[in-house]
Design a protein around this ligand. Structure first.
Ligand code: APR
Ligand code: PHB
Length: 389
């Protein structure tokens, strides 16, 4: 097999890149370890920055998002009984789009299939060869058969546990990591959302988030110890704890019901540098992870895809290597700012096991500053709606 760009990983990064390349007449093959149904069963955050909305439009995949997604002009933050709003539209001129990552992925699969794009599922033993030469290739097995894919470039879009990052020799990369001492217990329930915008809550008992997928489908999270298992939490225990973490007036309005999904996710900040090794380029979770506070995971993957896509278009259409040579630097400059925002927002909103009374006062003072200071609100809003790229 031969293609121009071999894409390892059929998550949102790999699919978006493949579709955007296709729009510009560049050929790719996506190699995915799992089945499509498996990829679509993963539940992830659902807040899209304008940059990703624009990329979905350029990819020709924005119709359903525009019909079924919800534009949010702001978000609510609570601490104790206080609650205030950050008005994204008034502060930045820009809303965010609430539309689940699973739906983004579904729309991208549909577009790749409609265009006859090649996605090879259930591949195993993916190995990257000759990434530092002009003729790289990828070998893999599928249904027990050994296969080879020759290409000009390789995009490593295979998530945090993929092979791409690990293919870069250890002495050629540096990793930065912070692991947070708690997780998020999340549930999905067929109940109307508590509020028409998201509520991020800081309480003495820990963080909580009230989010949504649509008018009849809510997504809620509470911070929990990493040692907890989802089965330790009955639905009733979850709802009771969520209510305790919200201002009373909000807790009273909460409509509860049976959960249709319940899981615990750890929180981690992680970056690997550089994001390029010869003709191998890392994109999305393969190169970096953020804690979910602020929903930057998918959005940061999207900015990588943008830089890589434009670099490859420059290479094929104009014969210029500038985009390729500056990919890692440009992508990382933005990645680190998303890392900073996610770390700041996580630090502000969670209860840390070793937190002192002083640390707690600092969180309260910072939240009150944010409540009352326009400059602080602008900085928060600009980061939340997404820094430009
Ligand atoms: N070979 C082929 N495919 C692989 C391999 C491998 N060795 N390892 C992993 N994959 C596949 C996974 O099965 C998955 O479908 O790569 C895909 C990676 O997808 P994601 O983990 O979703 O990562 P990415 O596409 O970068 O999406 C960005 O944004 O909200 C965040 O973490 C969230 O998934 C999200 C991410
Ligand atoms: C979600 O809806 O799953 C979600 C929303 C916002 C976040 C994190 C997760 O910051």
């Amino acid at each position: 097999m031969r293609t121009q760009v071999a894409i390892i990983g059929g998550g949102p990064s790999g699919l978006l890149l493949s579709q955007l390349l296709h729009i510009r007449g560049i050929d790719s093959v996506v190699l995915e370890r799992k089945t499509k149904d498996y990829v679509l069963s993963r539940i992830r955050a659902g807040v899209l920055e304008q940059g990703l909305v624009r990329l979905m439009e350029e990819a020709g995949c924005a119709d359903r998002m525009k019909q079924e997604g919800f534009e949010h002009d702001g978000t609510l933050l609570s601490f104790g009984e206080e609650m205030f709003r950050i008005d994204f539209r008034a502060l930045t001129g820009t809303p965010v789009m609430v539309y689940g990552q699973t739906e983004v992925t579904r729309d991208l699969y549909a577009a790749r299939e409609a265009a006859g794009g090649e996605i090879v599922y259930e591949v195993d033993d993916v190995v990257i060869h000759d990434a530092t030469t002009d003729a790289p290739h990828v070998t893999f097995t599928q249904a027990g058969k050994a296969k080879r894919l020759d290409c000009d470039f390789i995009a490593g879009c295979d998530g945090f546990h993929g092979v791409s990052r690990k293919s870069i020799p250890q002495d050629k990369r540096r990793e930065f990591e912070k692991v947070y001492p708690f997780g998020w217990l999340g549930i999905l329930s067929e109940t109307p959302p508590l509020h028409h915008e998201l509520i991020y809550a800081n309480s003495d008992r820990g963080f909580a988030l009230c989010s949504m997928r649509n008018a009849q489908l809510s997504r809620y999270y509470i911070q929990c110890p990493l040692s907890d298992q989802p089965d330790d939490w009955s639905d009733q225990a979850f709802w009771d704890e969520l209510k305790r973490r919200l201002p009373r007036a909000e807790a009273e309005k909460l409509v509860t019901g049976p959960s249709i999904e319940k899981s615990i996710a750890p929180l981690r900040s992680f970056v690997t540098e550089p994001m390029r090794w010869g003709r191998l380029f890392l994109c999305g979770d393969a190169a970096h992870i953020v804690p979910p506070t602020g929903a930057k995971g998918l959005n940061t993957a999207a900015s990588d895809v943008h830089y890589l896509w434009t670099a490859l278009v420059e290479h094929y259409a104009e014969g210029s290597g500038t985009g390729i040579d500056t990919y890692s630097e440009k992508a990382l400059a933005r990645v680190w700012k998303a890392e900073r925002f996610s770390w700041w927002f996580s630090s502000l909103m969670h209860h840390f096991p070793d937190q002192t009374a002083f640390d707690r006062k600092m969180q309260m003072a910072e939240l009150d500053f944010l409540r009352t200071n326009r400059a602080a609100q602008v900085a928060m809003a600009e980061n939340y709606v997404g820094l430009p790229y």
